[in-house]
Design a protein around this ligand. Structure first.
Ligand code: HEC
Ligand code: HEC
Length: 344
């Protein structure tokens, strides 16, 4: 969701980051202003990678190009499929030679408002994030130098990179910046629920009952979902243990794998619930097929470990059948139909 404007006419509202300042954009480049719902607040965009039309379209091409994988069979879009809000529909994503990954592919949108990426938060910027799947032996399994050689040999890419980042070799830096530029422009915030807040539509009675359950504490007879899935992104973007039984075969300790701290065992990044109806299967390992199974998880007793989040009701929510139905109806109002449409 972006609007293009001429470079001279627009002063971009850019946040500050730790990165070096960028050279002046070339006069041929077309600045782009990110359009987003007011309630998201200003995102912290990198000051050294201003959004331009040339960069976004280059990043989008790269995202869909299998040139980034070792054997030319896997693109980013293979696991981040637009019609599923840039997630995929399998529990563990398959990459190079069909190798099974360890985790479920998350949807991609509103990254400009996040300050950590991956289920365990192991990277802090989109540009650091994007080179990982290319080199991951389970995902694209490529050697970065090999990918850069291939890109540098392709005339069309040489030209497109020149337009986007000026003359010179295509480097891992410009590759990651182009992907970052594109990914930061993927915005979703126009769901039925958003429209109901703007009084453009009304939630039906079942959806509205679900909304009340979602937003009220389980201490008051609600479902308490918004205690963690809070704010305009339906996530507070913190790491938490929501009481899943660890999958014995995956040996995945979540955030603990990065920090080594006992208190982080089985903590995973709280996902946004925007577009949740179209991002099945669910959880870091894709263990739940559908939203009914997700609700059953919260409805039943949680798997208790010392790191279980205090906001999880240990004995389970014990919702009635009608309440579960209402909650699911509400979750379905978080789908942004225009987002899926416009990304086709
Ligand atoms: C084989 C499937 C696969 C391919 C190919 C793939 N990804 Fe992913 N992607 C994943 C999985 C699985 C995760 C979550 C991994 C984790 O949390 O450890 C992920 C996570 C991400 C995230 C983090 C989202 C967030 O909010 O935390 C971004 C961004 C992303 N991928 C972008 C890309 C880009 C760009 C490419 C191409 C260069 C790519 N992916 C290629 C499967 C894939
Ligand atoms: C204590 C904080 C917390 C509460 C309360 C909570 N969740 Fe979650 N939720 C999480 C975390 C953390 C994850 C990711 C867990 C993982 O994959 O290991 C998650 C994952 C999910 C997912 C999977 C999303 C995806 O993309 O895979 C859904 C759906 C979900 N929660 C819905 C709900 C609903 C509905 C409620 C209320 C009944 C709720 N959550 C209450 C923290 C919470």
């Amino acid at each position: 969701m972006v609007k293009t404007c001429s470079a001279a006419a627009v002063t971009l509202l850019l946040g500050f980051s730790h990165i070096r300042a960028e050279k002046e954009l070339s006069p041929e480049s077309t600045s782009v202003q990110l359009i987003f719902p007011k309630e998201f607040g200003e995102p912290t965009l990198p000051i050294d990678n201003k959004l331009t039309k040339e960069r976004i379209s280059l990043g989008e091409n790269l995202f869909h190009d299998t040139i980034l994988s070792i054997d030319g069979t896997v693109s980013c879009a293979a696991c981040h499929v637009e019609e599923f809000a840039f997630s995929d529909d399998v529990d563990l994503s398959r990459g190079f030679e069909g190798r099974l990954g360890k985790r479920n592919s998350p949807p991609i949108f509103n990254l400009a408002w996040k300050d950590h990426f991956f289920w365990d938060g192991r990277t802090r910027t989109v540009r650091d994030q994007v080179l990982q799947p290319i080199q991951d032996h389970l995902e694209m399994a490529a050697n970065l130098n090999q990918v850069l050689n291939r890109l540098n040999r392709r005339k069309s890419y040489r030209e497109d990179f020149k337009k986007a980042y000026g003359p010179g070799e295509i480097t891992s830096e410009t590759l990651s910046l182009a992907l970052e530029n594109y990914l930061l422009t993927i915005v979703s915030g126009d769901s039925k629920f958003d429209r109901s807040l703007e009084k453009k539509v009304k939630l039906d009675p079942l959806e509205d009952e679900g909304r009340k359950l979602f937003f009220s504490s389980h201490r008051k007879g609600g479902a308490g979902c918004s205690e963690c899935h809070s704010g305009p992104h339906f996530s507070d973007f913190t790491f938490r243990n929501n009481g899943l039984q660890p999958a014995p075969d995956l040996n995945d300790f979540g955030r603990f794998g990065i920090t080594g701290k006992e208190k982080d065992k089985f903590l995973f990044s709280t996902p946004s619930l925007r577009n949740v109806a179209i991002t099945s299967p669910y959880m870091h390992d894709g263990r739940f097929e559908n939203l009914t199974e997700v609700i059953e998880h919260y409805n039943n007793a949680a798997h208790e470990t010392s790191t279980l989040d205090p906001k999880i009701k240990k004995q389970g929510l014990q919702l009635k059948a009608a309440e579960k139905k209402a909650l699911i109806a509400f979750l379905k109002t978080l789908t942004d139909p225009q987002f899926i449409d416009s990304s086709k």
